[in-house]
Every structure is written in structure tokens, then in C-alpha cells.
Design a protein around this ligand. Structure first.
Ligand code: FES
Ligand code: FES
Length: 152
């Protein structure tokens, strides 16, 4: 049986077992290695992707559950080579250190910018509660997000 997926606006088929975590299908079959399987337990957020516009942990998501949904990974957030506002702001603010957490951070913050253009500093903190960064103090990430909100 093959699973029909829509990933970054492309229709693809996966031969994976239906219970295979989405993060493994993305990385191993589709070679989209942005989402990171860091903890595989739902704690770190490094595997975050958008499913029908909502942030979801792809390490906990059986792939069969998202067949037919619109899946968007970090690789699909830029448009025609242009970084989206949060990607551009994070790059400009030197907020990235090792980068392991950033695909998930960018996915969560892209969702915030899309759904809450009036987000406050506290809203940004709340949006990032599911994204663990072991390198930064989060302050540059929050400042960059505020800049992206203003620039929108
Ligand atoms: S790898 Fe999915 S939450 Fe950590
Ligand atoms: S930049 Fe290293 S874990 Fe976040």
C-alpha cells in the first residue's frame, strides 16, 4: 500500500509502513532533512512541521494520519528563493547558533506570524514553549520575531 502525501505543495507517494513517524518519511524517503528527530518523545520541537497550517510534532505523527493533508516543512517556507519574514529576521539578527532547533523554531514562529500579527513578547514566548534551544537565551530569537512582526 502506498500513502499519498502533499509535501510543500508537491504530491508524493510513500511506501513506508503507515505507522512510520512522519519525520522519518520526510528525511529518509523524501530527503527533506530540515525537521530533526532530536528527542523523538515530543519534548524538544526540533521535528515541528505544519500540517494543514498547524504546528505538529512529526516525530509523534504516524504518516498515515497525515495522508491527504497539506504538510509544510522548513524547506517549503521560502517563496521563489525569498526567505519568509521570520527566516529573514532570524538571519539578520544573528540569532542562530548550532541551528539544531531552528527548523522547528521557524515553523512555530511562521505559524505565529501568520495567525497573530499583533503578537506580543509574551505571545512569542508562549508560541515557543514547545521549542527547546540548548544554545541561546531566546532573547535574540524574540527580538527578531518582534522585528518580523513590525516589518509585516
Ligand atoms: S524530536 Fe519531536 S519533539 Fe523532539
Ligand atoms: S541554536 Fe543550538 S539548539 Fe538552538
Amino acid at each position: 500500500m502506498s500513502l499519498s502525501l502533499i509535501v510543500n505543495s508537491n504530491h508524493v507517494a510513500s511506501a513506508a509502513d503507515p505507522v512510520t513517524p512522519l519525520v522519518d518519511v520526510l528525511r529518509e524517503e523524501l530527503h527533506l532533512t530540515g525537521a530533526k528527530p532530536v528527542c523523538r518523545e515530543g519534548f524538544c520541537g526540533a521535528c515541528m512541521v505544519l500540517v494543514d497550517g498547524e504546528p505538529k510534532l512529526s516525530c509523534l505523527m504516524p504518516t498515515a494520519l497525515v495522508a491527504g493533508c497539506e504538510i509544510r516543512t522548513i524547506e517549503g517556507l521560502a517563496t521563489q528563493g525569498q526567505l519568509n519574514p521570520i527566516q529573514a529576521a532570524l538571519e539578520a539578527s544573528d540569532a542562530v547558533q548550532c541551528g539544531m532547533c531552528f527548523p522547528g523554531m521557524v515553523v512555530s514562529l511562521t505559524h505565529l506570524l501568520t495567525t497573530r500579527p499583533d503578537a506580543t513578547r509574551d505571545d512569542i514566548r508562549a508560541a515557543l514553549t514547545g521549542n527547546i534551544c540548548r544554545c541561546t537565551g531566546y532573547e535574540r530569537i524574540i527580538e527578531a520575531t518582534l522585528l518580523a512582526l513590525v516589518a509585516k
